[in-house]
Design a protein around this ligand. Structure first.
Ligand code: NZQ
Ligand code: ZN
Length: 388
């Protein structure tokens, strides 16, 4: 394990079919004013909204709502939430939804009492929080981002065509999250599989880096194997509780900071995907799947040993009598075929990206240098051209 690190994760998780039963107990730790935050209405269709309102009412809570949190929440929506949170003198923000709603709740929690423009402070200047933070609790309905147990809060600014994630410290992590796999059964297939690939991408972003023998990589391989196994089942049988519950648990561990410990991390697929998202507002996981194969084929020669190991340990490629390059490529072929089987978006055109947009998307890409190859802007453009 490289370097020195401190590891803590303050989010309490309640997992399983009966996990919502614990909400009452959690609510007793907070004051009366709850800001209920949710998306475009899926929770009203599946009955979760009514269940939660009943619990809040039984607990004597005074509830205000911010609804209509869109996928890829915008900065304008953030300002609306800040106003509502302050006016309601919110004691707890209760987020019910997917990554967008959970991210949004965290963004509001640090921004409501921020005296400057939160977009400029947290997203453009990447400063830490130095004001009051409103606690957040999550009830998760879509699996993928890991937002239920991390400090990530991604906000999109359509005017400046930027989609930026701030990873806040553990003082901003949700205080608790309720994870009931059954809630994810009503997800449309497109959202479900996008979430599956988001999980895979989170693991790979932390796996493809470093040359040391590192326990985090072995954990990542285990998570990947379980993910591939369960997603293959879930895509054919979406109400398979065993598969969906495994996937929900993998998603949380894929991005709750555990497997990033003691190593550098890559994150360039996410940086390129976020720039694509800023231009198209496309579903997050699909922006990642569309650029992944071109990206990994491009960096493979720079991290050949790891790509060979990935092929053998994750995709079960037999390495006997083959060069490292051949083994690595066989692994990538298996990965691509798995992605096609899931029905993921495999090129940018399908997301509405045009040739003319590519220079702008490469300009909007942020650079991270923890992977096997520190890319130049020209290389990002090349990867985008390969992906269209
Ligand atoms: O708005 P509603 O009506 O609820 O519909 C949502 C939304 O349209 C729907 N949905 C969610 N749960 C459902 C459901 N529909 C039926 N039944 C259910 N049970 O799914 C759609 C997508 O939801 P969204 O929350 O946008 O998806 P996801 O969880 O993928 O979140 C995406 C956001 O998270 C950010 C992304 O950039 C994007 O903004 N990320 C956050 C990260 C973090 N916190 O660490 C890391 C990720 O890499 C990612 O960047
Ligand atoms: Zn992601």
């Amino acid at each position: 394990m490289l370097g020195n690190f401190r590891y803590s994760n303050p989010t309490k998780l309640y997992f399983g079919k009966d996990s919502l039963d614990n909400l009452k107990g959690e609510l007793s730790a907070y004051g009366a004013n709850i800001l209920l935050v949710y998306g475009g209405g899926s929770i009203k269709k599946n009955g979760l909204y009514e269940d939660i309102l009943r619990i809040l009412s039984d607990c004597g809570k005074n509830v205000a709502e911010v609804s209509g949190v869109m996928p890829n929440p915008t900065v304008e929506k953030l300002y609306e939430g800040c106003k509502a949170a302050k006016e309601h003198q919110t004691d707890l923000i209760l987020a019910v939804g997917g990554g967008s709603v959970c991210d949004y709740a965290k963004a509001v929690s640090v921004s409501a009492y921020c005296e400057e423009d939160p977009w400029e402070k947290y997203y453009l200047r990447m400063e830490d929080v130095d004001n009051r933070i409103i606690p957040v609790g999550c009830i998760l309905t879509m699996v993928g981002t890991g937002s239920e147990m991390n400090g990530g809060a991604v906000i999109t600014n359509h005017e400046s065509k930027l989609k930026i994630g701030h990873v806040f410290g553990d003082n901003v992590f949700p205080k608790f999250s309720v994870l009931n796999p059954v809630y994810t059964f009503t997800l449309p297939k497109y959202q479900m599989t996008a979430g599956f690939y988001d999980i895979m991408s989170h693991i790979l972003e932390q796996y493809f880096s470093g040359t040391d023998d590192n326990t985090s990589d072995y954990i990542a391989e285990g998570l990947l194997k379980s993910l591939i196994h369960s997603t293959r089942i879930a895509v054919k049988d979406p109400e398979n509780y065993e598969a969906r519950s495994n996937i929900m648990w993998i998603a949380t561990w894929a991005l709750n900071t555990l497997i990033a410990q003691g190593k550098s991390t890559d994150w360039m697929v996410h940086m390129i995907g976020q720039a694509v998202g800023a231009y198209t507002d496309a579903t997050h996981g699909m922006t990642l799947s569309a650029v992944s194969m071109a990206y990994y084929r491009y960096i493979c020669p720079y991290g050949l040993d790891k790509f060979r190991r990935f092929a053998v340990n994750v995709w079960e490629v037999n390495p006997e009598g083959k060069t490292a390059e051949a083994v690595a490529e066989e692994g990538l072929i298996r990965m691509e075929s798995y992605m096609r089987d899931l029905g993921l978006v495999m090129n940018l055109s399908e997301l509405g990206v045009t040739q003319e947009m590519l220079p702008g998307i490469s300009e909007a890409t942020f650079f991270m240098n923890g992977g096997y190859k520190a890319l130049t802007r020209e290389e990002v453009l090349k990867i985008l051209q390969e992906s269209i």
